[in-house]
Structure formats: C-alpha cells, structure tokens
Write a protein that binds this ligand. Structure first.
Ligand code: UT7
Length: 335
C-alpha cells in the first residue's frame, strides 16, 4: 500500500491547572509589580500546578481532550511524542508515563528536547513519520511544570514572572488529500546561544558529581536567561523562518489567515508581525492568561483559536516558535 500523501491535525486539546497566580501575587513574594510585568511582557496571570498535576498527568488530560476532539478512540493512537523541559523524573522520558496513564501499553513513545520550539519539532516529526507510513495517528503533547523549578527571590524575578504551567496536545493523522494538513515545516537551531537560556544543573558534565551541593546556593538549578539577547534573536529569527516557510510552501503572507506564535512575550510577537507587515489582529495572543508555558504554548493557543472559531475548516495557519537552544521553526498548515 502506498504511503499517505499528507498528514493533518484532526484534533486539539489543552489542560491548565486551576490555580491562578496573578502579578500581584508574585509581587508579594519578590520585588516586582503588575505594571512592570504587563508593560514588558503582556502577562497578567499564569497557572501553577498542585502536586497531582505533573507534566505527564497534565499531558494525559490534554491528550484525552485532543483524541476526543479528533473523534477517535485512544486505541487508534499508535505513537506519542512529548515535548517538555520539565520532565516528571530525569529518566525515563515523560511520554511513557502519559502512555501508561492512557493505557496504551506497547505503542511507540519519544520525548522531544526542544523547549519553546518543541511543538514545531513535534509537528514536523509526526508529519514525517505519518508520511513515511510508520504511524497512522500520532499524538503530540507539550506539557510543562515550571512552578517547582523557578527562583522566587529578587534575583530570579526576570525569569520567574514569565513562566506558567500547562499542557496541550494534538492528533496528527494520515490524509489522502495533499492540499490539506502540514504543508511545510522549517526547523533550525544554533548552539551558539545554548547558555543564554538554560538550566545548568543537575548535569552530567558536572564532576565529580552531577548534582553539586552548591547548585542551590549558586542558583545554577534555576533557569538562567540573558533576556535582551533572547529578545533580539527571537525578533530576528522568527520573521526569517516565517518568510522561509512561506517561500518554500509557495504561499504569500496575505494567504495566512491566522499566525499562532509561541507565547514568550507579547512584545516579541507584536514586533514580529510589524516587521513582516502582518495584520496584528490575525495574531493569536493568550500570554495574558498563561504566561510562557514553553512546549505547551503554541498548542494551547492553537486549541483556543480552533475552539473559538478563529481557525476554521480551510484556514491557512502559520505556527512559529523560538526558544532555548537556540531552536526555532515555522510550519504552514491547511485545516
Ligand atoms: O521562550 C523564550 C523565553 N524567553 C524570552 O523570550 C525572553 C525574551 N526577553 C524578554 O522578554 C525581556 O528581555 C524581559 C521581559 C525578560 C525583560 O525585559 P527588558 O525590557 O529586556 O528588561 P531588562 O532585562 O533590560 O531589565 C530592565 C530593568 C532592570 O532594572 P535596571 O537595571 O534598569 O534598574 C531589571 O533589573 O527591569 C528590571 N527587572 C524587573 N523589574 C521588575 C527585571 N525583571 C524584573 C521584574 N520586575 N520581574
């Protein structure tokens, strides 16, 4: 039998934990303000997990919603890809815990380590697997628990105000129609920026012990970020990769109905749209409610835009993300 000619997102879902943490809540814990956070990032609040809402459990909840939305049974899924920088445990990857919770024993599982652009890498990987005939219905999941790994002191305020917890999922399935689905993916990385946005410890390159006792004292267990450098890279690379995806797919900017970018900072996304000459009203923003949920952010925004009718059957959608690694990418999809 011939391999499928296309792969298509046929269902999406998301889950965010119920606990809302406002900017004013954070201002009670360290030196920051609602005004600073909103002005610089657009964020008003984010969600924090309780112990039961692990990365894998939230991923499983988002996955159930996506499979139901696709009109499939869980048993139709034959592969799980999971993007996260906050796995439940160091190893094994969190995808097997999701698989176990969903009762899908035996199907393929893989964790994708690409932080904020994980969703784009998962879309491209699932598309390639499906078109190669390896799997028929791939579940992609982005899930993060940031709140247990950030620095709630004045020193960590630049990063801590940005992040929130949550999960998103999508089902990518084989299609016989070459005009729909994942039409183009462009992926890039540059390790030159690896230390500009990272968590250093615990890490196997630490000798003689990978979890040095000093790691809480020197704060190397918390995310470290050169925010200005990340901002500059993101606002340069995102327009570049969106143009590349358009060129390769043969579409023009005017053809795009909705742009769903990674939610790292509302100012980054506004600047990207301005640089491209893309209408601001066609850009999806939900960072106000959730902050930066890293591997989940594109998926949560995509699910909300589908459910509220901004993305319809036939819509041409561009997904784009930039983040730690550095890694970045863009996809063009016809729904
Ligand atoms: O998925 C990728 C993840 N990360 C990103 O995309 C981050 C990209 N970068 C950014 O979004 C911005 O760089 C930030 C929002 C992180 C910071 O905004 P900025 O305009 O670049 O601020 P800055 O780092 O240049 O800091 C300006 C001031 C500093 O004070 P002084 O030196 O001017 O007195 C900071 O200490 O703001 C201070 N500051 C804060 N003040 C209140 C830094 N963080 C905070 C804070 N609350 N949370």
């Amino acid at each position: 039998m011939a391999n499928p000619v296309a792969s298509k997102i046929i269902g999406t879902g998301h889950y965010v934990p119920p606990t809302v943490v406002t900017n004013d809540d954070l201002a009670k814990r360290f030196d920051t303000s609602d005004e600073w956070i909103q002005q610089r990032t657009g964020i008003k609040e984010r969600r924090y997990s309780k112990p039961e809402d692990t990365t894998a459990h939230m991923g499983a909840l988002a996955a159930r919603a996506a499979v139901e939305d696709a009109g499939l049974e869980l048993t139709d899924i034959d592969c799980i890809l999971l993007g996260t920088l906050s796995p439940d445990v160091t190893f094994p990857g969190s995808s097997v815990f999701v698989q176990r919770e969903l009762g899908l024993h035996g199907i393929a599982c893989m964790d994708i380590r690409n932080q904020c652009s994980a969703y784009l890498y998962m879309v491209a990987t699932a598309d390639a697997y499906v078109r190669a005939g390896l799997f028929k219905n791939v579940l992609i999941i982005g899930s993060e628990v940031h709140s247990t790994g950030i620095d709630f002191s004045d020193e960590g305020r630049d990063v801590t105000v940005l992040f929130g917890d949550g999960a998103a999922a999508a089902v990518i399935s084989a299609s016989d129609d070459p005009k729909v689905g994942v039409l183009q993916s462009c992926l890039h990385a540059d390790g030159a920026g690896a230390e500009l946005l990272w968590i250093q410890n615990p890490g196997s390159r630490e000798f003689p012990h990978r979890a040095p006792e000093s790691m809480y004292e020197d704060k190397s267990v918390y995310p470290g970020m050169d925010g200005r450098a990340v901002f500059k890279w993101a606002t340069r690379k995102l327009p570049e990769v969106i143009r590349e995806a358009l060129d390769k797919s043969g579409y023009e900017l005017d053809d795009i109905d909705v742009l769903v970018p990674h939610q790292a900072n509302m100012r980054i996304n506004q600047m990207v749209a301005k640089q491209l000459g893309f209408p601001q009203e066609k850009v999806v923003h939900n960072i106000q409610k959730y902050g930066n949920t890293t591997a989940a952010s594109v998926g949560i925004a995509l699910d909300e835009a589908r459910k509220d009718g901004r993305i319809k059957e036939g819509s041409l959608v561009c997904l784009a993300a930039f983040g730690s690694g550095f890694t970045w990418g863009a996809s063009i999809l016809r729904f």
